[in-house]
Write a protein that binds this ligand. Structure first.
Ligand code: SF4
Ligand code: SF4
Length: 117
């Protein structure tokens, strides 16, 4: 059986990447993620979080976009790559996420406790 971090590494590699509209963050937050993934994100103090959330839906979003892009959670990566999470601007990868992979990701969300980012 996969360790959680191996599972995350595998699932991340299976989600195709695509180019977003530069500067767009219309699909961002609030999102939940596993404790393994959240442990890779920088800690945000209550004050910084409150201030960030006054302006944005996610504490890791700033004027320049996602500040944790390389470690963004699975749900952020999945957005725009499946018919169930379409980009409102029609952006998508050439090939969408394989439905069997999406099923594995959805199962991961159910089986692994998710916490608010
Ligand atoms: S997936 Fe679409 S809505 Fe989300 S950031 Fe990219 S372009 Fe914007
Ligand atoms: S972690 Fe990054 S991509 Fe995900 S919702 Fe927050 S700012 Fe957006």
């Amino acid at each position: 059986m996969f360790e959680q971090r191996d599972q995350i590494r595998f699932l991340r590699t299976q989600i195709p990447q695509f180019d977003c509209i530069p500067g767009c963050h219309d699909c961002c937050g609030p999102v939940t993620t596993s404790s393994e993934e959240i442990s890779r994100l920088p800690r945000v103090s209550a004050t910084v979080r409150a201030k960030a959330l006054e302006e944005y839906n996610c504490p890791h979003l700033a004027e320049q976009g996602c500040t944790v892009y390389t470690e963004r959670p699975l749900i952020c990566r999945l957005f725009g790559t499946t018919p169930s999470l379409p980009c409102p601007h029609g952006r998508r990868p050439a090939a969408l996420t394989d439905p069997r992979i999406e099923q594995l990701i959805q199962r991961f969300f159910v089986e692994v406790r998710q916490v608010l980012v």
